[in-house]
Design a protein around this ligand. Structure first.
Ligand SMILES: *Cc1c(COP(=O)(O)O)cnc(C)c1O
Length: 368
C-alpha cells in the first residue's frame, strides 16, 4: 500500500535500519555525540538562533510555544483543526484568547491580524499555521510576521511549520518560534517535535514556564548536548539519518524544488481531469481536492490501486481528499497516484480514461 496521507508519511528504509540499533543509554558520550550532530543539522535546517527537541507529538511543541511565549493573550488563526488547537491550548493553560476564524479554504489576511492586535492591546503572542493541514491551506505567515513586528516587535510570532519545515523555504526573519514534528515532512515515526527560536523568544522565555515543557530547562541542557528528561534516542538517531539522507540526495534546496514541482504537477493534472483544488491558496505540502465523490474515490484508490490518501475531518468529512507531497517521494509514486485518481473517475462513470492526468503531470515534471 502506498502511504500518501499528509502525515504520517513513509519512513525510508535506510532510516528504519538506522533506528534498529540496540537501545542506547541517553546519558553517554556516544549518544551525546549523535545529539550534537543532530542539533547542528537542525540549526542548518531551521536557520534559527536556538533549536530544541522535545519528546512529544507536534501538539506538545505547540503547547510549549504557547505557555513559554505567551504570558497574557494569544491571538490564534482558526482556518482548520490545527489553528483551532492553538486557541484551545491557550484556554486550557489559563491564558486569554482571541481567535480569527475563517472557512477551511480561506487564508487569514494581514489586515485582519493587524486589526486584531490593534484592538486587543493585551495580545502578546500570535500563533498561526504555515500550512494548515486540515484543508491543505497556506497562510501568508511571512507577511503577517513582518506586519506584526512593524507594529510591535515585542509580540511573539509562533509559526506551526509541522507541514512546512522540510517542504519549502521559510523566511524566518520575523518569526520567533518555528515548530516541526517528526511524522510529517521529516519522514519519521511520530513522537519527536522540534522548535526553532529567535533571540527575542529566548528573552521572553526567561526562566521558562511549566515543568515538562519548560523551554528554559530544555535549552540549558540541550546546549550541553543532553536533555532535561529522557531523550527520544531512537527518533533522534532516525532524525540524523533523515537529515543526512536529504544532504546525500542533493540537499534541502533540491528537496524544496522537487516538492514544489511535484505539488504543482499534481494540482495541474487533477484540475485537467475536471477536479477542483479546495484551498484558495494551496500549501506545497499536500493537494486537497473537494469533491462530492471524495469518499468513493478514496475507497477505489485503496481497494483497486493500493493507494492510501487522507480524507477530511469535521464538516469536511467525506467531502475532500488530501494527497501528500512531503518527504523524499519518488516521482513515479505520485504519477501512480495521479493516474489512479483518473482511473477512479472512469470507474465512477464520470470521465472516459485517456491518460490526461499523467500527461499533464509528466509535462510539468519533465518539460521545460
Ligand atoms: C500534524 C500536525 C500537528 C501536530 O499534531 P500531532 O498529532 O500532535 O503530531 C500540528 N499542526 C499541523 C499543521 C499538523 O499537520
Amino acid at each position: 500500500m502506498l502511504l500518501f496521507t499528509p502525515g504520517p508519511t513513509p519512513v525510508p528504509q535506510n532510516v528504519r535500519n538506522a533506528m534498529s540499533v540496540e537501545t542506547m543509554h541517553h546519558r553517554t558520550p556516544e549518544f551525546e555525540a549523535i545529539f550534537e550532530k543532530t542539533r547542528k543539522a537542525l540549526f542548518k535546517l531551521f536557520g534559527s538562533d536556538e533549536v530544541v527537541m522535545l519528546s512529544s507529538s507536534g501538539t506538545g511543541a505547540m503547547e510549549a510555544a504557547v505557555t513559554n511565549l505567551c504570558h497574557h493573550t494569544l491571538l490564534n488563526v482558526n482556518s482548520g483543526k490545527f489553528g483551532e488547537r492553538f486557541g484551545k491550548i491557550a484556554v486550557a493553560c489559563g491564558l486569554n484568547n482571541v481567535e480569527i476564524k475563517n472557512e477551511w479554504d480561506t487564508p487569514v489576511s494581514v489586515d485582519d491580524i493587524l486589526h486584531a492586535i490593534k484592538t486587543n492591546p493585551n495580545i502578546d503572542a500570535i500563533a498561526v499555521q504555515i500550512s494548515e493541514s486540515a484543508g491543505g491551506l497556506r497562510h501568508p505567515v511571512e507577511a503577517i510576521a513582518k506586519a506584526v513586528k512593524e507594529f510591535n516587535p515585542d509580540i511573539m510570532v509562533i509559526a506551526d511549520g509541522i507541514t512546512a519545515v522540510g517542504v519549502e523555504k521559510i523566511d524566518i526573519t520575523h518569526i520567533d518560534c518555528l515548530i516541526a514534528g517528526s511524522q510529517k515532512a521529516l519522514m519519521l515515526p511520530p513522537g519527536l517535535a522540534i522548535l526553532g527560536l529567535s533571540n527575542k523568544a529566548l528573552e521572553k522565555i526567561g526562566s521558562g514556564k511549566g515543568y515538562y515543557f519548560n523551554l528554559a530547562t530544555e535549552i540549558k541542557n540541550q546546549r550541553k548536548n543532553t536533555t532535561a528528561w529522557t531523550a527520544a534516542t531512537t527518533l533522534i538517531i532516525g532524525l540524523l539519518e533523515v537529515l543526512e539522507t536529504i544532504e546525500k540526495q542533493g540537499g534541502i534546496e533540491k528537496l524544496f524544488l522537487d516538492t514544489d514541482r511535484r505539488a504543482k504537477a499534481t494540482r495541474a493534472a487533477l484540475e485537467a481531469i475536471g477536479l477542483h483544488v479546495y484551498p484558495k491558496n494551496p500549501a506545497t505540502s499536500m493537494t486537497t481536492i473537494d469533491d462530492a465523490d471524495a469518499s468513493q474515490i478514496r475507497k477505489i484508490l485503496q481497494n483497486d490501486f493500493d493507494v492510501n490518501v487522507a480524507g477530511g475531518q469535521d464538516h469536511l468529512a467525506g467531502k475532500i481528499f488530501r494527497i501528500n507531497h512531503m518527504g523524499l517521494i519518488p516521482a513515479y509514486e505520485t504519477a501512480w497516484v495521479v493516474n489512479s485518481v483518473e482511473l477512479a473517475l472512469s470507474k465512477l462513470g464520470r470521465r472516459k480514461y485517456d491518460g490526461e492526468a499523467n500527461k499533464i503531470f509528466n509535462e510539468i515534471l519533465f518539460g521545460n
